[in-house]
Design a protein around this ligand. Structure first.
Ligand code: ZN
Ligand code: ZN
Length: 254
């Protein structure tokens, strides 16, 4: 499986884009920068979109891919997410005030985007992929995902504070080849990280002990204003299996 980091950050600046990971150019995980970071012809190749939670840095480009690809795709973007997240996106983004309701445009029976509900720990199959959604510790019924294709699985927590269940399930997966998780704030901001259900290098360091052993760990969602500090503190963990997603528009093959 290839994972392209379209945007791997927890914020937006000229150089850094919000969270969107693309698996094999067809399965999108979060939509923080999929419109800003891909050409329209590549946006059109995406059929299935997993949304971890409703926060804007994971959803805002749903608005712009619908606008870009309107009338060009021949079938809707199929979004899969928790019902709480679906409701938030429909009520607050595609609500005909902030943005047109592309779930009924151009017509209700041929929309640009369709929403499908995920249930916690109920596996679904999307084409070549098996997806296991698992609740993590972040507001609004946020979920992480274990994505399996053939004999390999990749675990994506997306935004979360300290959590247990996804690691418990991850430890049973002998086919796990990579873990993508997050670190948002430097250690001096542990209080903010705790209040907002995010990690610092110190708390992800403790979390590593719960993760499946010997699997490489990629940490994204660095807040752009703290990137340098975060990189130093991640290096100070001295964990050879940990890699920081300091740059966007990079690809990893597993
Ligand atoms: Zn986020
Ligand atoms: Zn969030």
């Amino acid at each position: 499986m290839e994972v392209k980091i379209i945007g791997g950050h927890g914020g937006v600046t000229r150089n850094y884009h919000a969270t969107s990971y693309l698996v094999d150019e067809e399965l999108l995980i979060d939509a923080g920068s999929v419109a800003a970071g891909l050409d329209i012809q590549d946006q059109l190749k995406i059929d299935h979109i997993l949304i971890s939670h409703a926060h804007l840095d994971h959803t805002k480009d749903l608005a712009f891919i619908c606008d870009n690809c309107f009338g060009l795709k021949g079938k809707p973007f199929e979004v899969y997410t928790h019902p709480t997240v679906r409701k938030a996106i429909k009520d607050h983004l595609f609500n005909d005030t902030i943005w047109p309701d592309f779930s009924i445009l151009p017509t209700p029976d041929k929309p640009t985007i369709t929403f499908n509900d995920l249930e916690n720990e109920k596996e679904i199959i999307l084409g070549k992929y098996k997806i296991m959604p698992i609740h993590v510790a972040h507001p609004g019924d946020a979920m992480g995902f274990i994505v399996t294709k053939g004999e390999k699985s990749i675990l994506f927590t997306q935004d979360t504070g300290p959590t247990d269940r996804i690691w418990e399930i991850g430890r049973t997966r002998k086919d796990l080849v990579a873990i993508f998780s997050e670190v948002s704030f430097p250690n001096r901001m542990q209080n903010i990280a705790d209040l907002s259900d995010h990690h610092t290098p110190a708390s992800i360091g403790a979390e590593l002990l719960k993760m499946p052993k010997d699997v490489p760990v990629y940490l994204g969602h660095l807040k752009p204003n703290y990137q340098e500090e975060l990189l130093q503190e991640i290096a100070d963990l001295a964990e050879p299996r940990v890699h920081a997603l300091y740059a966007d528009d990079v690809r990893f093959n597993f």
